[in-house]
Design a protein around this ligand. Structure first.
Ligand SMILES: Cc1ncc(COP(=O)(O)O)c(C=O)c1O
Length: 373
């Protein structure tokens, strides 16, 4: 390594690199294990839709061409499916691109404030540091939900952006339509709610669950973000989308990089939207296996937060870092809560039935050994 004296901006140095869920190949390499399962990143255990795989395979021969910078076909597909004008649809390199760039669009004042709760998706706080503004970050309520009442007391003329994950990651909880509307009504003019609906498809069976698309179409100051990474099983190709007021769509297109959504992602997403069967199977199996996982966790004495997503947040009598290490040695990768400031919690993605059973066997043995020690 050869160093050079460069000055990196202090607000960037203050950021911590994102710690992703450990890849299976890394655990295999480091621990010499062959059979490893990953229940750490809330991916789709059934993989991408076969229609998406076929469309992407067919597209490989065209990879010498730049992608369609306007994402015309995908935008039209989303517009038809959700009955939202193309001018109000954002398409992005993963939904985290929208969540990040939104702050760049709205904030140019160090006194401006971003409001959110923690633990939640780590990006929300990182963008506050990136845009050199303040983040006001409250704890979740007792039930692991975004505390809209306390959060609304922090709203002021400085509030420019609020991040709410619904369902929340890592707790899997939701805020209701009524509570959210009341909260939005308290925002000052010019402020925007970024409603992160990365796990939307898993939560729609609850009648009180709000639909961000509707809020946007009613003209409320909301940007609702969604993704192809979770229920659609396309995390590896990085494509997300969102619904927004036209002014934000216009500004987003000025700021984003020219070819930010690659062509494989565009054809894969279009085909995935056509595969209702794969989506339905994913959602139904998730509900069944989530139920199985929650019951098993309760039966071994863990405290479980009832989930509306494709993962479960559970509290144990042991430190999450220790549980994580022990599970890893058995070839099971989970997400330890200490990374999110919750030392005794673990987040487990809902895998296939076999994966859940394997996890349950491992955790049962570890909990038993801990009680007996
Ligand atoms: C709450 C939440 N929002 C956004 C994302 C980002 O998803 P992507 O950028 O893959 O669309 C994630 C990913 O884990 C998430 O959990």
């Amino acid at each position: 390594m050869v160093s050079v004296p460069v000055r990196i901006c202090p607000n960037i140095l203050q950021l911590r690199p994102y710690v992703p869920g450990k890849p299976i190949s890394e655990v295999q390499r480091e621990l010499g294990l062959e059979d490893v399962i990953k229940l750490a990143s809330n991916e789709n255990p059934f993989g991408p839709s076969p229609k998406a795989i076929a469309a992407m395979a067919e597209h490989l021969k065209d990879l010498h061409l730049y992608p369609d910078a306007s994402c015309f076909e995908l935008r039209k597909k989303l517009s038809d499916k959700f009955q939202v004008p193309p001018e109000q649809i954002l398409i992005s390199n993963g939904s985290d691109e929208i969540l990040q760039l939104l702050a760049y669009l709205l904030i140019d004042d160090p006194e401006a404030e971003i409001l959110t709760c923690m633990p939640s998706f780590g990006l929300y706080r990182a963008v506050a540091a990136q845009t050199r503004c303040k983040s006001v970050c409250l704890p979740l309520d007792q039930e692991g939900k975004f505390d809209l009442e306390k959060l609304s007391k922090k709203i002021s003329s400085k509030t420019k952006l609020v991040y709410i994950a619904n369902p929340n990651n890592p707790t899997g909880t939701i805020v209701t339509d009524a509570a959210l509307r009341e909260f939005i009504g308290r925002l000052p003019e010019g402020a925007v709610l970024a409603l992160d609906e990365a796990y939307f498809e898993f939560a729609t069976d609850d009648p009180n669950y709000p639909d961000g698309r509707k809020l946007v179409m009613e003209g409320l100051p909301v940007v609702a973000t969604r993704t192809f990474s979770k229920a659609y099983g396309l995390a590896g190709i990085r494509v997300g989308y969102g619904f927004a007021p036209p002014e934000i769509r216009d500004a987003f297109d000025r700021l984003r990089l020219p070819f930010h959504v690659n062509s494989l992602a565009q054809v894969g997403a279009i085909a995935a939207l056509d595969d209702e069967q794969h989506l339905n199977k994913t959602v139904i199996e998730n509900r069944r296996n989530r139920d199985r996982l929650e019951k098993a966790l309760v039966s071994i004495g863990a405290k479980v937060t009832p989930s509306h997503a494709n993962f479960v947040w559970a509290e144990f009598d042991q430190r999450s870092s220790e549980l994580f290490d022990k599970l890893l040695r058995q070839g099971v990768i989970v997400r330890p809560g200490h990374l999110m400031g919750a030392d005794n919690h673990v987040r487990i993605s809902v895998g296939t039935e076999e994966e859940i059973d394997r996890f349950v066997l491992s955790i049962q043995a570890l909990v038993k050994a801990h009680v007996g020690s």
